[in-house]
Write a protein that binds this ligand. Structure first.
Ligand code: MFK
Ligand code: FAD
Length: 504
């Protein structure tokens, strides 16, 4: 009978149900902006619930298929994606998921608003948040290069709201010899052509969203003798179209699609560049510095993905706790179970607020409203947040899976997809230790200033929080931690000394 079936966990409108998100927006956004944004997010939340979530599941069930040859034996290298995946691209344009950040309709709040839409979209995107991350990163690189005329068409398309025009971008950095050590691992060579363009020759080992329209990639420019400068100073940044108007690949061969643990909805390919036509877009030898603008954006998207997957898992766990009975009462009435859920809830709330702080700072920086201190803080917080939330998301996804008992392990509940997809968050876009080194880079480059800014910012926040009776023990512990850091800094002479000590 009906009574024998367990009701499945589900969520409603993810915007309306997210009380922390709503209270954050209410506290921070100017009233006029809040009013417009609230209406749009409520509508978007309904669209996600009633239409987009279903497409997301379709993407999972119909992963991309690679056909190397046509029926007559011709090499075609076609990557077939499902209709739901292609629909995601249209929806991304219609919803302005990239455009919003570049139109700046709400000045410094536009970036935060875009991040909130991406956060809501992420767990229902069927993996499409991956191409969106790189698309945003590519638009940011072009913008930071001063929107050169030759890239106007690309920029307009990356930031378009018109599904017919909208492009997505790839980010081809990793080669077989190095994904972390890009500076020494990159073997791709760029040969200059008489018309000033370049042809690229090499092998890109991981290229996600391989169905994208364009890509940014690194290569070494060969001199007249065919020699290249090694190391970081030999790398330059290039723009290329992946296919021409007829869909023919730009002198690129697809070796195969990666057989991945997760993110299976999205094609990650191994590509041979066999004279791909490309345009040099950075100063020669400044490729890594130029692509860093992309990395910092895609790393923020990684944080969005991490927070979103934790939010989704925990929201489902909470709903399940109201529906599942064990030992004669609902799970929600078992204090031990609720303690487990509460611990996860604390994790996601902290991560969410860190994300909001980062996108708030990014919005200020992009509208020239950020102080020098705020810019330094942003530079520091991006790698910290990426490395921390990437690890957190994996741990929370595993814990949340257990909260559904055996059902959490069943493929057709959709829960294992969230776990699989969360596990990549600490690997791509820089592994945890590589990001730790990036934190040191930011310390060293600012001569320790970022640490001073960080400490004084935390100090101010703690002073504000100390007024709240309930938070006292946590505030006390944080105070002590800050105190001992400050003592250490005093003992070693200065922030600069600390930086040198850490770097050594
Ligand atoms: C849901 C989310 C979806 C996300 C989609 C993802 C799809 C998958 C995409 C990928 O995985 S793409 C590949 C990602 N790859 C990485 O993240 C590479 C990891 N390795 C690093 O990050 C290394 O630290 C790095 C390659 C950057 C080291 O390069 P170098 O050349 O050995 O470093 P160096 O010499 O310290 O830096 C060169 C310049 O870049 C310096 O500028 P200056 O020359 O002006 O001093 C650095 O300051 C600058 N730089 C490096 N990292 C920076 C940066 N600037 C700002 N921010 C940073 N993070
Ligand atoms: P390695 O660099 O060989 O690292 C191996 C281990 O050594 C890691 O644990 C690392 O932390 C550690 N390590 C390396 N150097 C140091 C050091 N100096 N100190 C301490 N530890 C160190 N790349 C792209 O360019 N574009 C893409 O679209 C893309 N898509 C991807 C999709 C998926 C699903 C995956 C899994 C990866 C993708 N990547 C992509 C590649 C990804 O960015 C790299 O795998 C990642 O940066 C690590 O590089 P690697 O695999 O060469 O590992």
């Amino acid at each position: 009978t009906e009574a024998l079936f367990q009701e499945q966990p589900q969520t409603g409108n993810q915007y309306l149900e997210d009380t922390l998100l709503r209270s954050y927006l209410k506290t921070h956004l100017p009233p006029k902006v809040l009013e417009e944004v609230h209406q749009d997010l409520e509508r978007f939340g309904n669209r996600l619930l009633t239409k987009i979530q279903r497409l997301s599941w379709e993407c999972e069930l119909n992963p991309p298929v690679f056909r190397q040859f046509d029926a007559w034996g011709r090499r075609v290298d076609r990557i077939h994606t499902c209709s739901a995946w292609r629909r995601m691209k249209e929806i991304s344009a219609e919803e302005g998921l990239i455009a919003e950040a570049y139109e700046k309709r709400y000045s410094n709040w536009s970036r935060l608003y875009q991040a909130v839409k991406l956060y809501l979209f992420s767990s229902s995107s069927g993996g499409f948040s991956c191409p969106l991350a790189m698309t945003d990163g590519a638009a940011k690189v072009i913008e930071s290069l001063g929107n050169p005329g030759s890239l106007k068409n690309a920029f307009d398309r990356l930031t378009s709201r018109d599904p017919e025009k909208f492009w997505t971008s790839g980010q081809w950095m990793t080669e077989r010899r190095g994904g972390s050590d890009v500076a020494n691992g990159t073997e791709t060579v760029a040969r200059k052509q008489p018309d000033g363009t370049y042809r690229l020759y090499g092998f890109k080992w991981f290229t996600s969203a391989a169905d994208s329209d364009m890509a940014l990639t690194l290569a070494r420019i060969a001199d007249a003798e065919g020699q290249c400068t090694q190391g970081s100073r030999g790398l330059s940044l290039f723009f290329l179209r992946v296919r021409d108007e007829d869909g023919k690949l730009n002198n690129i061969q697809v070796q195969r699609l990666k057989d991945k643990l997760g993110t299976r909805q999205m094609a990650t390919a191994e590509l041979w560049l066999q004279g791909a036509r490309a345009e040099l877009i950075s100063a020669e030898g400044r490729g890594v510095a130029a692509i860093s603008n992309m990395l910092n954006i895609t790393r923020i998207h990684n944080v969005i993905g991490a927070v979103a997957s934790m939010r989704r898992m925990i929201s489902l766990s909470r709903d399940y706790a109201c529906k599942r009975v064990a030992f004669g009462k609902l799970l929600k009435d078992h204090p031990l179970h609720m303690q487990t859920l509460a611990r996860m809830e604390v994790q996601v709330r902290g991560a969410f607020l860190l994300l909001m702080e980062i996108v708030r700072l990014l919005g200020l920086a992009e509208t020239n409203l950020a102080s020098e201190q705020e810019q330094l803080l942003l530079r520091l917080l991006i790698p910290v947040a990426k490395l921390y939330t990437g690890k957190q998301a994996s741990a929370v996804a595993v814990e949340a899976m257990e909260s559904f008992g055996g059902q959490g392990y069943m493929e057709d509940t959709g829960l294992p997809v969230i776990l699989r997809d969360a596990l990549v968050l600490s690997i791509w876009e820089g592994t945890t230790n590589i990001l730790s080194l990036d934190v040191l880079r930011s310390l060293a480059k600012s001569q320790g200033q970022v640490m001073a800014v960080f400490l004084s910012t935390v100090q101010k926040k703690l002073e504000l929080a100390s007024g709240t009776e309930q938070l006292s023990p946590a505030v006390q512990r944080a105070r002590e931690a800050i105190g001992s850091l400050q003592q250490f800094m005093a003992a070693t002479g200065s922030e600069r000394a600390l930086t040198m000590e850490l770097a050594a």
